[in-house]
Design a protein around this ligand. Sequence first.
Ligand code: C5P
Length: 400
Amino acid sequence: MSVLYNKNVLLGVTGGIAAYKISFLTRLLIRQGAHVKVIMTPQAKAFVAPLTLSTLSKHPVHSTFTDDEDNWINHVNIAKWADLFIIAPLTATTLSKLSYGQSDNLLIATYLSCSCPVMTAPAMDLDMYQHPTTRENLDKLKRHGVHIIPSETGELASGLEGEGRMAEPETILKHAEDRFEQTHILKGHKVLITAGPTYEPIDPVRYIGNHSSGKMGYALADIALQLGALVTLISGPTHLELHHNNLDRINVRTADEMNQQALEHFEESDICIAAAAVADFQPTEFSSKKIKKKDDQMGIQLKPTPDILYNLGKIKKEQLLVGFALETNDGIKNARSKLKKKNLDAIILNSLADSGAGFGHDTNKISIIDKTNETHFPLKKKKEVANDIFEHLIDKYELA
Ligand code: C5P
C-alpha cells in the first residue's frame, strides 16, 4: 500500500505554463489513495481550468479569499487539513512573495498558516531561474524548511534550452512519497494495543463497566499507523472510529474476551501497549434471566477479572511491553511496583489528581517510567501524548 494512502495533500498552483501538468499530478496522487484539494493563484486560472482540477480532485478549487456569495474561504482550515502542501509550479512572483510573506492571495495566506511539510517545484525560464534574486529566494525558502524539488533541464516555453522546467508529475509524486517514507519509522513493526473499557455482564440487561472512552488507546493506534506500523487494536465497547488498511480492529466486550484475543495476538507483535481500562471484577455467576428488583438490600458476588497485562508479562519474550497506571496517590511508587509485578518495560502514569487528565478528557498528563528513569510531560491533547509515547519508545529502544 502506498505511503500516500489516506494522506491529505494540498496542491497550490501558480501562474506558469506547467500548471496544466497539475491535472496529471492530481490523478497520480488520487491513484495512490491520497485525498487532494487544490488552491490556485488568480493568474494560474489562465493556464488550467479550475473545473478540471475540481473534477479530478472532487473538491471545490479556490483562488480568492471569498467565494461568489462573499463567504470567507477559511485558509487556516485549508492549511490545517493538509498533511503535505505542494506548491507547483512555483513562479518567480510567488517565490518572491513566499520568501517575504507577502500575503496578498489565498495561496500565500495558506502557506503562512501551514504547519505541515511544504514542498515546491519551481518552473521558470532559463535566465529567471539562474538570476541571483531567484537563487537567494530559493535559499531563503530552504532555510524556512521548504523542500525544493529541483527544476529539470530541457526545452523551455520561450524556446530556449536549459534548466527551469518544472519537475515531471511522477518526480513530484516520488518526492511526496519519500517525505512520508521518512516518517514511516515503525514500518515492519507489529503493534498490539488494548483500548476502551470492558463490560462484565450481570444479566441480559446489566453489566459492570467504567467511564473509559477509549480515546487514549485509539490515539496510540492512530499514531502507530501514521508511523507505518501494522496495528492490532483490541477494543472494548466505544463509539470511536478508526479506519486504515494496516489496522486490524477486534471488538470485544468482556475482560475474558480481551484476555483471549490479547494472548492470541501477543506472540506475533513486537510492541504491545495496554491502554484498556479493564473492569477489575466480574460477577461470579451470570443470570440468564433479568434479575428481579427487590425491596431489600441485595448483593452480587464478584471475582477478579484476568489481569491481561500480567498474563502477557509472564509469556513475554522479545516484545516491548508497556502498561498504564491510573493513580490518585503515591503515583510513582505504585507505578513502579506494577512495572515490576507485571514484568513491563515501561509504564505510563496518569494521575486522576491532575485536572484534564484521565478518563473521558481529550487531554492527558503523563509520566513515562521505566526501570531506571522517569520522564514527565505537560498536559497535552491525547494525540500529542500518543506521539510523545511513541517518540520516547523509538528513541529509548532504538526501534527505527
Ligand atoms: O493493575 P492496574 O489495573 O492498575 O494496571 C493497569 C494496567 O494493566 C493498564 O495497562 C491496563 O490496561 C492493564 N490491565 C489489564 N488487565 C486487567 C487490569 C489492568 O491488562 N485486568
